[in-house]
Ligand binder design. Structure first.
Ligand code: ATP
Ligand code: MG
Length: 551
């Protein structure tokens, strides 16, 4: 078996996340500021986070006496409170199940059902929504024949009459912190249940251990200490409940000295204003968010002069779409590849490294990778694309209450099949071709939706696009088919739309090999269906065909 890796580093198996909170990768004073927020206008230093998390943990422990490894759902906007309560729960030996507070009842309800928490800590201002979500979870679990006791609900930030409140009821007096726990082996000790994005099905509950997170922090720091410097400042508008953002403010920031300004929800304009005033050095988001930045004029109206990097990951994109953005500020594009099951990051482009189009960087150290033919477990020939399997200390031990999904995700002991089709070049750099489940099979040829989207997005009339298969009954094959959101100035009349679609269709077909041609047509759509992390939901999209097309 051909195994790729970028070397190994020493990762201790007896350091938990509360102990890590008390260590740093470089000298940092306790007064080092690590976070501030727009929800409560609070800010917090490293020393204050250690102190307050320990005191909240003590009060939780004394008043609720939670069992070791009790599960706590956290439905809280990005904020300083989010950091404190997350660390406090870990400190008590609990497991945190973060759920994006901005989701709808049904989605939050599914998240609750997945983790079956004993406690819920929820933003007081959305308590009605949380109660509705609990009923959704009860129904879902009831239908599955699972008994689950209604959780104890505690409010945070905004107090709610009749409910205990974190800030008031759970803060031990100064000087009284819960003792820091120690576990001789953290590899089996679950720290969080994270929901996957739900791109290929309903979100799954990924169990991530203390070892998984400690490993990923050390892997990232060893990979590129220069990029994660103690003067790094950012403003985040994407939810910290999603793995793409969880580890940065929670675990990497205290260890490396990064500063995060937290915004509770998505607002590009406010983000840019705060970024200007806090002299942000780094920005991040999925391609959909970064594209919106590229199409806005925020870099002209606010001060982006301290920008060093803009980090993009989570879904495929063609980097030249971002060329105009790269000229707007002194930042460098950093591509990143990761997933929930890897406790965050798998590959991260280094600051000093230029990469060709499509390459997301080198594997982090201590991750092993191999490329397999779909469904066979056989190696692919050198240089060819295959399904990426990963092994390493940051890889999940499996899904909670879902042994079927765990079994199919781990085709061989220790090896997690990402379901992503990738290539690895001679230097060990990864590029993502697409996802096994989303590849289109045209008469036996495999077509990557992401590749076709990258061509379509470069067309001047196109704002955004999605590609998926439609079924052709007469030929018994899938056909590559595109859905496009046209730019406003193009979509002014039905005739203009039709002509733009025909032009896009002809121009893409002229650029690609025969089997990749858009035989299912190019269809007009007002907005692409997406999940909360900005990824295109191809199944619902494929059902939308009652709109003008190029055919
Ligand atoms: P689900 O597993 O529930 O279907 P999901 O896989 O989208 O959802 P996440 O764990 O949030 O949930 O996302 C990880 C996936 O995102 C990766 O497996 C990969 O398909 C995609 N991804 C992440 N980074 C990149 C990138 N830079 N380029 C292309 N795809 C990426
Ligand atoms: Mg996934």
């Amino acid at each position: 078996m051909r195994i790729y890796s970028s070397g190994t580093i020493d990762i201790p198996r007896n350091v938990n996340l509360t102990e890590l909170l008390h260590k740093t990768g470089r000298p940092l004073p306790e007064s080092h500021l690590i976070a501030a927020d727009s929800l409560t206008n609070r800010s917090i230093t490293l020393g204050e986070l250690r102190d307050r998390a320990g005191r909240i943990a003590k009060a939780l422990h004394d008043k609720l006496q939670p069992q070791d490894q009790a599960r706590w759902a956290l439905i809280v906007p990005n904020s300083v409170d989010f950091l404190e309560i997350f660390h406090a729960i870990l400190w008590t030996g609990g497991i945190v199940a973060p759920i994006n507070w901005a989701l709808k009842d049904a989605e939050i309800g599914h998240g609750i059902a997945v983790s079956q928490p004993k406690y819920i800590v929820a933003y007081g201002a959305i308590m009605d929504l949380v109660n509705r979500a609990i009923r959704v979870a009860e129904k879902e679990l009831d239908a599955a024949g699972t008994t689950w006791q209604r959780p104890v609900v505690v409010s945070i930030v905004t107090p709610v009459p009749g409910l205990l409140h974190i800030g008031t009821d759970f803060l031990a007096p100064a000087g009284q912190r819960l003792p820091i726990p120690h576990y001789p082996d953290t590899s089996d000790r679950v720290a969080t249940i994270h929901l996957s994005s739900g791109t290929t099905g309903k979100p799954k509950g990924v169990q991530l251990t203390h070892l998984n997170y400690v490993a990923n922090v050390l892997q990232l720091f060893a990979h590129d200490p220069k990029q994660f410097h103690a003067g790094s400042r950012t403003v985040t508008i994407t939810p910290w409940a999603h793995i793409g953002m969880t580890t940065m403010p929670l675990f990497n920031a205290p260890y490396m000295g990064l500063f995060h300004h937290a915004m509770p929800s998505y607002n590009l304009e406010q983000m840019a204003a705060i970024a200007g005033s806090c002299q942000a050095t780094t920005f991040q988001g999925p391609p959909s968010v970064v594209l919106q930045m590229a199409r806005s004029d925020i870099t002209k109206r606010f001060d982006f002069s301290h920008a060093q990097t803009i980090t993009v990951g989570g879904a495929n994109f063609k980097s030249d779409v971002l060329d105009p953005l790269l000229k707007m500020a002194p930042w460098k594009l950093v591509q990143v590849y990761g997933m929930t099951e890897a406790a965050g990051y798998v590959a991260f482009q280094k600051l000093d490294e230029e990469v060709p189009q499509g390459v997301v960087g080198y594997l982090l150290p201590s991750i092993e990778a191999c490329l397999k033919k779909e469904g066979t477990g056989e190696d692919v020939p050198e240089g060819a694309a295959g399904e990426l399997w990963l092994r390493g200390p940051n890889i999940t031990k499996g899904y909670l209450f879902n042994s079927d999904a765990t079994r199919s995700a781990f085709p061989a002991p220790g090896w997690y099949n990402t379901g992503d089709v990738c290539k690895i070049d001679r230097l060990g750099r990864i590029s993502i071709v697409g996802r096994t489940k989303e590849l289109i099979k045209y008469k036996g040829f495999q077509v990557s939706p992401a590749e076709l989207e990258s061509y379509i997005n470069s067309h001047p009339a196109v704002s955004e696009s999605g590609v998926a298969a439609t079924w052709d009954e007469s030929q018994l094959t899938e056909l590559p088919t595109a859905w496009v959101v046209l730019k406003d100035e193009v979509a002014h009349s039905p005739a203009a739309i039709k002509s733009a679609l025909k032009d896009i269709h002809a121009s893409i077909d002229a650029q690609v090999s025969g089997y990749k041609k858009l035989r299912g047509g190019v269809w007009h759509i007002k907005a692409l269906p997406k999940n909360a992390t900005g990824k295109i939901l191809r199944k619902p999209m494929a059902a939308m065909r009652d709109v003008p097309s190029s055919l």
